[in-house]
Write a protein that binds this ligand. Structure first.
Ligand code: NAD
Length: 501
């Protein structure tokens, strides 16, 4: 499971010596160190080795970054839409031109197998910038036929709306899919004419820093994008509470989402929250099992289960339960774990030692609660933070392992008998991010699509995404939507105009 990280792409070696020496805050177009030159280590989760030093921004650094974003706002929001579109399209082209190096960097930082970044997430980031380049030129208000009739004689009343950028945005992102989740914030915010202070996750700042370099190269003006790296409780909290921030675009855990909401209260910042999930995969008795078994396995083991929409609860009709669960367990056992940069790796480590301990804690408590670990559930490897893909059975609906988001390669399987029963079980969750239904019946598919409370429902597939499709959840999975046309609205205010002419 070891890999020689000195064989990195030449661009990444140059980038690491340039940025991962601590000179990694982008403020007002200048790369700077944090006050007091504070840094922290970023690690390769597959080996535990230090990859570089990341600048640790404090409150004073955050102040400077917000001031730079405020100063850049008037000129950026006055830019004609086609100019914003041109720059965003150029960002997409630069990401695409650097895709091999970016995928490698993401793997080194986050642990994911190279193919995940190379073929799924980084193309996804490219498409976010392309999609919102188009959206920048499609911002529309409306004219309204009002019923106002007290204008002076001979005059007319005209009423219309304008869309205007919300202002300075704090974009706070997690570590599981760093680049694409960052793109989901930056592309619509910049398209709308907002300026941004970005806070990447402390475990995975590298691709955000490289993206910021590429965005400078694409012509994003100084101060329009600022990046402050650091810890959540320090840098993130200072940013979320900052009075100069007009809107917080947050993706992360439900618990942190609550803290962000509290911080936003001070000056009534606009807030969107993309939070956790415990998404059900439901296999009906008529499902095509040749598709469904690998489909539900991938739904949980892709990216080591560190996916907000991971299908972590599996409900299988009792008539096929054992066949499906054995099939998924065999799939799990067959997955090749290893360093994400090794070409045959199918699943990498979890992101950090802290997170591995968290996942192990869930499994220890599940065992103590009486659940059966059918396969997996172990730390493995001489170094790094590898956890074997896990299937848990013999659970009760009230168990922690059924209710809480593990955010690791842990699937909880349960049988059901009736459609109404499985709909109720699927909805028996604090979360409502996504769901997948596997059935060959059109009417079952439609019925369940309507009945399941979730932001996205997939039929006979999982995690099919596109920049044109909104992502987000109901209940404790959050507020608002990223991606798709809906995301642009997050960054635009309405202004009503009423004129007597
Ligand atoms: P996290 O909540 O710990 O951290 C997310 C970000 O918030 C990080 O940048 C962190 O530094 C920052 N942060 C932490 N404390 C803060 C505070 N007090 N104030 C401001 N910022 C703070 O989440 P994580 O562990 O990095 O990510 C995993 C979570 O993200 C999971 O729950 C997952 O489901 C969720 N997620 C949701 C979506 C979605 O679209 N709904 C997508 C990806 C991940």
């Amino acid at each position: 499971m070891t890999y020689d990280s000195r064989q990195l792409h030449a661009d990444n070696q140059a980038f690491l010596s340039r940025r991962a020496s601590g000179a990694g805050l982008l403020i007002g177009g200048e790369w700077q160190s944090a006050g007091g030159a504070a840094t922290f280590a970023t690690l390769d989760p597959a080996t535990g080795q230090e990859t570089g030093r990341i600048a640790r921004a404090g409150a004073a650094d955050v102040d400077r970054a917000v001031a730079a974003a405020e100063a850049a706002l008037p000129a950026w929001k006055a830019t004609v839409p086609v100019e914003r579109a041109r720059i965003l399209w150029k960002v997409a082209e630069l990401i695409e031109a650097n895709i091999e190096a970016l995928a490698e960097l993401e793997t080194l930082d986050q642990g994911k197998p190279l193919f995940v970044g190379r073929w799924a997430e980084i193309p996804g980031a490219v498409n976010q910038f392309r999609f919102f380049a188009g959206q920048a030129m499609a911002i529309e208000g409306s004219t309204i036929e009002s019923s106002i009739n007290y204008q002076p004689p001979g005059k007319q009343v005209r009423t219309w709306t304008l869309r205007e950028p919300v202002g300075v945005v704090a974009a706070i992102v997690p570590w599981n899919s760093p680049l694409v989740l960052t793109a989901m914030k930056l592309a619509p915010a910049l398209a709308a004419g907002c300026t941004v202070v970005l806070k990447p996750a402390e475990d995975t700042s590298l691709t955000a820093l490289r993206l910021a370099e590429l965005m400078q190269e694409a012509g994003v003006p100084a101060g329009v994008l600022n990046v402050v790296t650091g810890f959540g409780a320090e840098t993130g909290a200072a940013l979320a509470a900052h009075p100069g921030i007009d809107k917080i675009a947050f993706t992360g855990s439900t618990a942190t989402g609550r803290a962000v909401l509290d911080a936003a209260k001070t000056n009534f910042k606009r807030v969107t929250l993309e939070l956790g999930g415990k998404s059900p995969s439901i296999i009906m008795p008529d499902a095509d099992l040749a598709l469904a078994i690998p489909g539900v396995a991938n739904a949980i083991y892709f990216n080591g289960g560190q996916v907000c929409i991971a299908g972590s609860r599996l409900y299988v009709h009792r008539s096929i339960h054992d066949q499906v669960v054995e099939g998924v367990a065999a799939y799990a056992k067959g997955l090749k774990l290893g360093h994400g940069l090794a070409p045959d790796t199918q699943m990498g480590p979890v992101v950090s030692a802290r997170h591995a301990e968290r996942v192990e804690g869930f499994l220890t408590r599940a065992r103590a609660d009486g659940a059966t670990i059918l396969t997996g559930g172990e730390r493995t490897g001489d170094a790094g933070t590898f956890i074997t893909p896990t299937v848990v059975t013999g659970v009760r609906p009230d168990m922690e392992i059924v209710r809480e988001e593990v955010f690791g390669p842990v699937l909880v399987a349960q049988p059901f008998d009736e459609v109404d029963e499985v709909i109720a079980a699927a909805n028996d969750s604090d979360y409502g991010l996504a769901a997948a239904v596997w059935t060959e019946s059109l009417s079952t598919a439609h019925r369940m699509t309507s009945a399941i409370r979730a932001g996205t429902v997939w039929i006979n597939c999982h995690a099919m995404y596109d920049a044109s499709l909104a992502i987000g959840g109901v209940r404790q999975s959050g507020w608002g939507r990223d991606s798709g046309r809906q995301a642009l609205d997050n960054y635009l205010e309405w202004k009503t105009v009423c004129a007597v002419v």
